[in-house]
Design a protein around this ligand. Structure first.
Ligand SMILES: [Zn+2]
Length: 456
């Protein structure tokens, strides 16, 4: 009912604005992403505009016909990314001129967004680096050199201990892509206390990344690092650029029944969702792309064909196994929403070659769970459960060539624990811990598991 009334008022305001001389510019927001800066204007209707760049100093000018500034528009505090400031003033009688003062030249891309649950009509201006090197931060991490420890053969220091299963010489870290859902213009679901999904899932994603960074032989990649929006397909692209071994999308959803509670874990389904709620949630998560303003480009679906299908079936099978492990760990935190892994058509899970899962950590629409989601301690518990799920899966399926490939040493006469540790370049303590050894006495013929080498 409330929403209906708001809609009615907007409509009235819109009409009034048209009568009083055009579209009103009512508000402005800015979101700074690593590769672009997004400026969003709230308008009373859809607009036609002209855009051009000026140099010395760099700035971008947007002329909007039949438009004017509303009293509510406050451009003073708006700066960030490559935008130094925003100005708006009446140019000719009925033309509004908006000037974005820039730190450097930029390639603009504009789009108009229709009203959604959160906002009304919007004019969006995305500013990319003019030299086309937008993704600087991404390529920097991707080209990180292999660690010295990883590239040294373990046999180097082996004197008394014969190492038959030599440590892989070029072994690499497992790469875990962690995707915090929503962001920027798209807040995701909102709890009764006003908690925003985009904020809590980023906090959980950061905690999980921290745990993975400490895990030997694993490396995290945060798909979203701050409060800005990334298109669903771009999230997949970023994971692939980093050669991710696993993609985890983290969410916290809302349902119309505020009693709904508990975590659920999803994998991709292309044959229909496993439950009514799964369908409902998938529709909402996919709609985020419209809220974020990026239209889905389905060209790759056309190119996909049968080969991709086969690869995707294998990925879905792997995803299902990771998801079961994850669900098992989440069950230790409390009753999960469903006892089995759910399937639904989430766009973000459509990597044909990377096992991908989506974790709905809790229902933000449930007041108890909203409180839990806000607590650092509970966020840490969720992150730990997810780490355990990841560990379980890769302990059983270490991809060849990674540092997590299990190594074993069969004890021969004369071997000592410290010699073995030195030979495999692991610490004595990690060797003890990894094998739950109560003493350093070894028995000939027993097998020791060798911990993975630490990445970097
Ligand atoms: Zn979500």
């Amino acid at each position: 009912m409330k929403r209906l009334l708001t809609g009615l008022c907007l409509w009235l305001v819109g009409q009034a604005a048209v009568c009083a001389g055009g579209i009103e510019f009512k508000g402005v927001r800015l979101w700074a992403a690593p590769d672009h800066t997004r400026v969003v204007f709230d308008t009373s209707g859809s607009v036609t505009h002209n855009i051009f760049s000026l140099q010395n100093p760099d700035r971008l000018v947007i002329d909007v016909k039949s438009a004017r500034v509303a009293k509510s528009l406050d451009t003073k505090q708006v700066s960030g990314g490559i935008v130094k400031g925003v100005r708006a003033a009446q140019n000719k009688k009925d033309t509004l001129r908006i000037v974005l003062d820039l730190k450097q030249a930029a390639k603009p891309q504009t789009l108009s967004l229709k009203p959604n649950d959160q906002y009304g009509h919007r004019l969006v201006i995305d500013l990319y680096d003019a030299d086309g090197t937008g993704n600087k931060t991404v390529s920097k991490t991707a080209s990180k050199p292999t660690s010295r420890a990883a590239s040294q053969p373990a046999t180097q220091t082996a004197r008394p201990v014969q190492v038959k299963t030599a440590a892989p010489t070029q072994a690499r870290d497992l790469v875990i892509a962690i995707d915090a859902g929503h962001g920027g213009e798209d807040p995701g679901a909102i709890g009764r206390r006003g908690t925003r999904e985009k904020t809590v899932v980023l906090a959980i994603a950061r905690q999980l990344a921290e745990l993975i960074r400490k895990e030997p032989g694993m490396r995290p990649v945060l798909i979203r690092e701050g409060d800005y929006y990334i298109g669903l397909r771009q999230r997949i692209d970023k994971a692939r650029k980093h050669n991710a071994d696993l993609f985890i999308s983290i969410h916290a959803d809302a349902f119309r029944d505020h009693r709904a509670r508990g975590s659920s874990v999803f994998v991709l389904s292309r044959r229909g969702a496993s439950s009514e709620m799964a369908r409902w949630i998938a529709a909402k998560e996919n709609a985020a792309d419209l809220a974020g303003g990026v239209s889905l480009d389905d060209k790759d679906d056309v190119l996909a064909g049968v080969l991709l299908d086969l690869s995707q079936s294998a990925s879905i099978a792997a995803s299902h196994e990771v998801a079961s492990n994850m669900l098992g760990e989440l069950k230790r935190l409390g009753k999960t929403h469903k006892t089995s892994v759910q399937r639904a058509g989430f766009v973000v899970l459509k990597s044909p070659d990377i096992p991908s899962i989506l974790v709905e950590t809790a229902f933000i629409s449930n007041p108890d769970e909203e409180n839990k989601l806000r607590s650092k301690q509970h966020q840490a518990k969720l992150a730990k459960a997810m780490l355990s799920g990841v560990r379980d899966y890769f302990d059983n399926h270490p991809p060849p060539g990674t540092l997590r490939v299990a190594r074993k040493h069969t004890i021969k006469s004369g071997d000592t624990l410290s010699d073995i540790a030195a030979a495999y370049q692991v610490s004595l303590n990690s060797l003890r811990g990894f094998n739950s050894l109560k003493s350093d006495t070894l028995r000939v013929g027993d097998t020791l598991r060798i911990p993975p080498l630490r990445g970097s």
